[in-house]
Design a protein around this ligand. Sequence first.
Ligand SMILES: [Zn+2]
Ligand SMILES: [Zn+2]
Length: 240
Amino acid sequence: MRYILDLHTHTVASGHAYSTLNENILAAKNKGLKLLGVSDHAPKMPGSTQEYYFGNLKVLPEVIEGLRVLKGVELNILNSAGAIDLSDQDMKHLDYAIASLHIPCFENLGATENTNALINAMKHPKVNIIGHPDDARYPLEYERLVIAAKAHNVLLEINNSSLAPVAVRENARENYITLLALCEKHQAAVIFGSDAHYISDIGNFSNVEALVEAVNFPKNLIVNNDINRLWSYLNHSKEV
Ligand SMILES: [Zn+2]
Ligand SMILES: [Zn+2]
């Protein structure tokens, strides 16, 4: 199985990542990717960039060095109502958005309210992906999450960095085993994300690949090998 797209990557603009967009693009090309998404942290993440950065991503060409480049963001979910930290105007020209729970921006409210936060964020027309729903510090009601993701045409991310030995998120492997079984049960699609904060991780799905093989997860529920399939989950298929 060849995975040709990575939509969860960070640049120096995020404040705690260490490569430029062009460096990431060259790394993606060298890895054989066909499509790279740039998804820097939205403004509420301490040290990240500000609104204008996202509003102005429209100046980037669609193809750079022969690689299709999508312009995105990793939003912070702020409360159980699913509030996020960029305006519709700031996101107007973005190709996609990931929405995630992050420790500096969201306090654990318990499984029911944490799940409500993710589901309410999914309802936003710009949100296409829920990032790393895997962290024991934010317990979730996984079956409700999977059913909602499918209903809202939103992809759940299987995050390679969460499964790395240096990961700060807790218990990701066990939580993904639960999540993947429910995705199979409900035929909900997932997307692999590297969550690269440096070039060497661009397109790196090694931890995720080992896990999906171990649980024999159906390949037809993974969107990373088919750009057309991915397209059906992105913004042009949702009303803004
Ligand atoms: Zn980050
Ligand atoms: Zn994140």
